[in-house]
Write a protein that binds this ligand. Sequence first.
Ligand SMILES: Nc1ncnc2c1ncn2[C@@H]1O[C@H](COP(=O)(O)OP(=O)(O)O)[C@@H](O)[C@H]1O
Ligand SMILES: [Mg+2]
Length: 271
Amino acid sequence: MFNSISNQASKLLNLTRNKEVNSKTKIITITSGKGGVGKSTFTANIAYLLSKRGFKVAVIDADIGLANMQVLFDLKPRYTFFDYIEGRNTITEILTQTSYENITLIAGKSGYQYANLKNSLVLTRVVNDLKSLNKYDLILIDTGAGLNEYVQEFLLISDNVLALTTTDPSALTDVYALMKMLSVHKERLFICFNHTKNYKIGETIANSLVNLAKKNRLNQNFMVEYIGNVSTSSNISTTSRLRKLFVHEFINDEITKQFHKVIDSLLNNIK
Ligand SMILES: Nc1ncnc2c1ncn2[C@@H]1O[C@H](COP(=O)(O)OP(=O)(O)O)[C@@H](O)[C@H]1O
Ligand SMILES: [Mg+2]
């Protein structure tokens, strides 16, 4: 099963390579394998802090299972990503300005029939068209759970892949599967731990994943970059429920500082 995923990934990578566009825009894809680890919450919050640091940010909600970015940003978008894919709207029509300066949302759609997109590389086209607008410094792509072909296409077109995980064994198993897949085609993976109080714990677990990769002889040039941790707080889920962003409401909280630290590491390392 893994080989067939890998073959598919190789084909995709070759195709996407030919379609690269010249642009200043950097892409960061946020993934996890396991669902419910906090990807969308994390993505929305880092989008805000990045925008406050002066970056123009576009967020793509690429979760076709549960597209909830519009809820986190408290928006009712007129059009989604898929209206562009299906040719009903132009790329600029699917850009929804959020109430936060310098954050644009490309909304998703829950329950989209992925089979319609299979092998078509339309996702690559949307991202490249967005890059070509040259309006954004950063495009953050929030993917759904799992490592299906749809998620893989986003991983392969992205120079920067960030795995958000918890210390839960099943989440770590999924991250390792992700490492295995990416190590064939990519140079590295950023890892950030959510629901993790202690920076050191995240670091120790990230190191043990690296050691496991060595032991199993994954590609030696593949690097895992630990970029930090985010604690659990009921204020995070409460602010989300109220359709607000935690880091916007709790500017000086210790967890907001953790988010800042993650962003410092990310900005020092992305390409
Ligand atoms: N650090 C955290 N502390 C407390 N609750 C969190 C934290 N991160 C995420 N959550 C909550 O966990 C739930 C799942 O988060 P979500 O971002 O939707 O996950 P995913 O996108 O990975 O499926 C949401 O209710 C969210 O508010
Ligand atoms: Mg999500």
